[in-house]
Ligand binder design. Structure first.
Ligand code: ATP
Ligand code: MN
Length: 260
């Protein structure tokens, strides 16, 4: 196992550290169970090597990894230690018929269920033709998906990219995002629930990709309508107030999304 961790941390080219040091290095961020999960994913050849951190949030870290076909992957690892997070996510899981039967003995189970939920949401959206990263695998609190970027550099988020775009491109991105919302609602039968300029990537085109779908809920969720309206309001506010383009009214948008 220490060999696996060694390989994971950079392979034979790096100076060999003592096992104890190795564990301490990884355990600064991850508990032993998480390290074991990453080791198991490498053993199963889902990922070849974990490299740089793409994003280090309070609740999850996203890493760049390489796969066995020379491709890049994005690996999202939920931190099992964030108490606020555990409180926050419960309301998205309770109320979703897909999670009625999960056993939540402890908070670890809740985070595992959350990871599985994000994987299944991604799968459903991807199958419906929504522009999301292709899901690859999940295990415990680790989600592996397609890396959206070029040469190991991720594409910019909408919030990072919009200043460089002209009004016509911005109007087009607005339209493209609304098309994705319609697909998510009408084809995947989900509501994203956390849509904003922080969870939309600008891909070459310029085109868009939707990310961070862990909180997406089934249309039967009691709060689905409320989440949909909030998503649309977020997008409208961003395009009107930050990007400075004309937007449709919330009523018009709801009409478009819901008549499918
Ligand atoms: P939370 O809101 O639960 O803390 P998060 O916002 O940290 O989640 P994400 O939005 O899914 O989690 O990912 C964080 C960042 O990682 C994104 O803003 C984006 O920069 C990057 N990222 C996520 N998924 C991918 C991907 N598939 N390819 C490239 N970069 C990604
Ligand atoms: Mn996010």
């Amino acid at each position: 196992m220490s060999d696996d961790i060694d390989r994971l941390l950079g392979g034979r080219n790096e100076p060999r550290r003592k096992d104890k040091d190795l564990f301490e290095t990884v355990e600064e961020v991850f508990d032993t169970a998480t390290v074991m999960t990453i080791v198991e994913l490498t053993r199963r050849k889902v990922i070849r090597k974990l490299s740089g951190v793409i994003s280090a949030g309070k609740e999850a870290r996203v890493y760049l990894a390489s796969g066995y076909r020379g491709e890049y992957l994005a690996v999202k690892i939920y931190l099992t230690s964030s108490a606020e997070f555990r409180k926050g996510i419960y309301k998205y899981i309770a109320g979703d018929p897909r999670f009625e039967n999960i056993r939540v003995r402890d908070t670890r189970d809740l985070i595992y269920a959350w990871t599985r939920k994000e994987y299944r949401n991604l799968k459903r959206m991807h199958a419906a033709g929504v522009k999301v990263p292709r899901p690859v695998a999940f295990m415990n609190n680790v989600l592996v998906m397609e890396f959206l970027g070029e040469n190991g550099v991720r594409y910019p988020l909408l919030v990072e990219a919009y200043r460089e775009l002209d009004a016509e491109e911005l109007r087009n991105l607005y339209r493209l995002i609304l098309e994705e919302v319609v697909k998510i609602y009408c084809k995947a039968r989900l509501v994203h629930g956390d849509l904003s300029e922080y969870n939309v990537m600008v891909t070459p085109g310029p085109d868009v990709a939707i990310i961070d779908v862990s909180q997406a809920v089934d249309l039967s969720h009691p709060n689905a309508d409320e989440f949909l309206a909030r998503d649309l309001r977020n997008i409208n506010r961003f395009f009107r107030e930050e990007a400075g383009i004309d937007t449709l009214s919330l009523e018009e948008l709801l009409e478009v999304v819901k008549t499918c």
